[in-house]
Design a protein around this ligand. Structure first.
Ligand code: G16
Length: 548
C-alpha cells in the first residue's frame, strides 16, 4: 500500500456559465472539458452541493472514452483535498454505468461520479460527460443537479491535492492523508449480482445446446463484462463476443446500439444462418439492442414482453408491484400492466425519474424508447442484464426471439412505434417549433394534418408520486381520434445544435400485423406531426435525419 502526505492547494478560477446538467449529466465536447479548470469547477460544485460527511465513500469510474483516465486522476486528487474518506475506483478507470450504480449500493457509498457521454461518439473530437449519483445508486434528482449548477456559477476556487500520478491499472489501495483510494475489479460485484438474479445453470445449458449468441460490445465498456459473464461463467466461445476491448475512441464506431448506428447487426440478423440471439450495448453499458433471426425487438416491445414473462427468471418469479415507462416510449407495456392489474407509471424522459419509484418499491421494471430497460436490481438502465433477461426468456419459454415477439403481438396487439429525429444546426429554430406549439396548444386539439384529426393536445407535466416534486414542460402530446399518438420534444443529451424528436405510436390488432412495416402503420401520423409542428417552415427540413 502506498501512502502520501496530503499537500493541499486551493486554486483560483473564473466561474463557467454552461455547466447545467441535461437529461443525464453534463455532456460537452472533449475540448470543452479540456479547458483549464473546467472539469475541476464542475466537480467542486458537486462536492459543495453534496456536502458529504467527512470520511464518506464515493465510487468513481467511466466508460473508458478519451479523457476518462485524466479525469479519474483529477477527481481522485480533488476527492482527497475535499476530505472524502474512500474512493472506490474501477481498475483502468472503467465502470459500466449499471455496475457503478451497483457498487454504490454494495459499498454503502454516499454516491458516485460516473464519467461517460453514453452513446455519443468518443475520441479527441468526440464527447465527454460526467454525472453524479446519490447513495441509492440513482442519478441525482433535478433539485440536486440544479443546485450544483447554481454552485458552478459562483465557483471561484477549488481544492486539489498535489499527488504523484496514481496507478489506476492495478487493484489495491493508496492512502493520501485521510483518504484511501481503492482500485477495484470493475466486473466482479456486477457479475455476482447477475448470477443471483438469473438461473446461470439453465442459461449455460441453453447456450450449449440451443442458442447461438452474438454479442457486440462496440469497443466500449461492456467488453470485459461480457467476456467474464458470457465466456468465463456461461461457457460461450470467445469469438461470440466481438469488439470486446474498450477503446478511447471506440475504434471509430458510434457506440449507440440502435438500427441506424448498428446497422451491421440488423444485417446480421436478416442474414441466412443468423445467430439466435444478437445483443449489443452502448458506450457505458446501460443501453442495449436485442435481435433474433429476422427480428429486431423495439425497446417498447422489449419492456412489455419482459413484464409479461417475469416467471422466467428467479429474480422476478413473483412478479413486480408495478412498471414504468418514459412518456414518449411506446404504450405496449400499458396493455400488459392492465392485464396483470398492476400500475403503469408514465414519467418524463430521463432515467432519474424512475429512481424514486424503484426506491419506494412501487415498480420492479422500467424502460424507455431510447434502448434502455432495467429493474429494481440497480438504479440505472442495464444493457447486459437485458440480454440475460432475453436469454432467460428463450430458455424458459423454449422459443426463438421471433416466436416470443409474434406470440406477444397476437395476444396483446402490436404497438407500432417510430422515433423521427430532426438534427437542427440552429438551436433557436428548434426551440421555435416547440414554442409555437406550446403557445398554440389550445387550438391544436381539433386541428387536422395529413388526414389525421387531433382530438386532444397537451404539454406533459409530471408530479412525482413519492416526493411530490413537479416537472413541467416535458414534451408535447397530440392524440389522434383513432388512438394514435404523436410526441414532440427536444433532446437533452446532444452537445451542439439541437435534435427535435418526434415519436409516433399506434396499436393495431388482427391478422397481418406481424408482417406490416412500422412505416406503413405510422405514415399518416408522421405527416400529421410534420404539418402541425410546421417543421419545414421553421427549419427547411422535409425529412427526418434518422428514423429509429
Ligand atoms: C439518457 C437518459 C435516458 C434518455 C436518453 C435520451 O440516456 O438516461 O433516460 O432516455 O438519454 O435522452 P434525450 O432524448 O434527451 O436525448 P443515456 O444512455 O444517454 O444516458
Amino acid at each position: 500500500m502506498r501512502s502520501e502526505k496530503l499537500k493541499l492547494r486551493e486554486i483560483d478560477c473564473v466561474p463557467f456559465d454552461d455547466q447545467r446538467s441535461g437529461t443525464a449529466g453534463l455532456r460537452k465536447k472533449v475540448t470543452v472539458f479540456q479547458q483549464q479548470h473546467y472539469l475541476e469547477c464542475f466537480v467542486q460544485s458537486v462536492f459543495d452541493t453534496l456536502k458529504l460527511e467527512p470520511g464518506s465513500t464515493l465510487v468513481l469510474g467511466g466508460d473508458g472514452r478519451y479523457y476518462n483516465r485524466e479525469a479519474v486522476q483529477t477527481i481522485s486528487a480533488m476527492a482527497a483535498a475535499n476530505g472524502i474518506g474512500r474512493m472506490v475506483v474501477g481498475q483502468g478507470g472503467l465502470l459500466s454505468t449499471p455496475a457503478a450504480s451497483n457498487l454504490i449500493r454494495t459499498r454503502n457509498a454516499a454516491g458516485g461520479i460516473i464519467l461517460s457521454a453514453s452513446h455519443n461518439p468518443g475520441g479527441p473530437d468526440g464527447d465527454f460527460g460526467i454525472k453524479f449519483n446519490t447513495a441509492t445508486g440513482g442519478q441525482a434528482p433535478e433539485q440536486l443537479t440544479e443546485a450544483a449548477f447554481a454552485s458552478s456559477l459562483v465557483c471561484k476556487s477549488y481544492k486539489l491535492a498535489d499527488l504523484t500520478t496514481l496507478d489506476i491499472d492495478k487493484c489495491g489501495e493508496t492512502v493520501i492523508g485521510n483518504t484511501v483510494i481503492e482500485i477495484v475489479d470493475p466486473v466482479s460485484d456486477y457479475a455476482e449480482l447477475m448470477e443471483e438474479i438469473f438461473d446461470f445453470e439453465l442459461l449455460r445449458s441453453t447456450l450449449k445446446h440451443r442458442v447461438r449468441l452474438h454479442f457486440d460490445a462496440l469497443n466500449a465498456v461492456t467488453g470485459p463484462y461480457a467476456q467474464r459473464i458470457f465466456c468465463d461463467m456461461l461457457g460461450v466461445p470467445d469469438e461470440c463476443i466481438c469488439n470486446a476491448t474498450p477503446l478511447e475512441d471506440f475504434g471509430g464506431i458510434h457506440p449507440d446500439p440502435n438500427p441506424v448506428q448498428a446497422a451491421h447487426l440488423v444485417k446480421l440478423a436478416m442474414s441466412e444462418n443468423a445467430p439466435d440471439l444478437i445483443g449489443a450495448s452502448d458506450g457505458d453499458g446501460d443501453r442495449y439492442m436485442i435481435l433474433g433471426s429476422s427480428m429486431l425487438v423495439s425497446p417498447g416491445d422489449s419492456l412489455a414482453i419482459m413484464l409479461a414473462n417475469t416467471v422466467v427468471a428467479p429474480g422476478y418469479r413473483n412478479g413486480v408491484p408495478g412498471v414504468a415507462r418514459s412518456m414518449p416510449t411506446s404504450r405496449a407495456v400499458d396493455a400488459v400492466a392492465h392485464d396483470l392489474g398492476i400500475p403503469c407509471f408514465e414519467t418524463p424522459t430521463g432515467w432519474r425519474f424512475f429512481c424514486n419509484l424503484l426506491e419506494a418499491g412501487k415498480i420492479g421494471l422500467c424502460g424507455e424508447e431510447s434502448f434502455g430497460t432495467s429493474s429494481a436490481h440497480t438504479r440505472e438502465k442495464d444493457g447486459l442484464w437485458a440480454v440475460l433477461y432475453w436469454l432467460s426468456m428463450m430458455a424458459g419459454l423454449e422459443q426463438s426471439v421471433g416466436e416470443i415477439v409474434r406470440r406477444h403481438w397476437a395476444r396483446f396487439g402490436r404497438c407500432f412505434f417510430q422515433r423521427r429525429d430532426y438534427v437542427i444546426a440552429d438551436l433557436e429554430k428548434a426551440e421555435a417549433i416547440i414554442r409555437n406549439l406550446t403557445d398554440n396548444i389550445g387550438s391544436v386539439a381539433g386541428s387536422a394534418g395529413a388526414g389525421q384529426q387531433i382530438s386532444e393536445a397537451n404539454i406533459f407535466e409530471y408530479t412525482d408520486p413519492v416526493d411530490g416534486s413537479v416537472s413541467t414542460n416535458q414534451g408535447i402530446r397530440l392524440f389522434s381520434a383513432d388512438g394514435g399518438r404523436i410526441v414532440l420534444r427536444l433532446s437533452g443529451t446532444g452537445t451542439s445544435g439541437a435534435t427535435l424528436r418526434v415519436y409516433l405510436d399506434r396499436t393495431e390488432r388482427g391478422p397481418g400485423i406481424a408482417e406490416k412495416p412500422a412505416a406503413a402503420a405510422l405514415s399518416d401520423l408522421a405527416g400529421t406531426a410534420a404539418e402541425i409542428a410546421r417543421i419545414e417552415h421553421f427549419t427547411g427540413l422535409t425529412e427526418p435525419t434518422a428514423i429509429i
